[in-house]
Write a new protein. Structure first.
Length: 71
């Protein structure tokens, strides 16, 4: 299963990714917080772990964008 992590704290993102990969998940993430929704849609993950407090746009905005363009 491919998981997309949206977390602006690099330490937390690395820990989450490491833990999930130990259990066989594939993890992707981005540092491009101007186009988070676009990065997620291009990656086509099965699950998105989305932080609410992000630079530029909050997680609620990103979630609305994702729902507008995907199932």
């Amino acid at each position: 299963m491919k998981i997309f992590l949206v977390e602006d704290d690099e330490t937390i993102r690395a820990e989450l990714s490491s833990l999930l990969e130990k259990y066989g998940y594939t993890c992707e993430s981005t540092d491009d917080y101007h186009d988070v929704a676009g990065c997620i849609l291009r990656a086509n993950p099965q699950l998105v772990l989305l932080d609410v407090n992000l630079p530029y746009f909050d997680g609620y905005h990103v979630c609305r964008e994702l729902r507008r363009h995907s199932d």
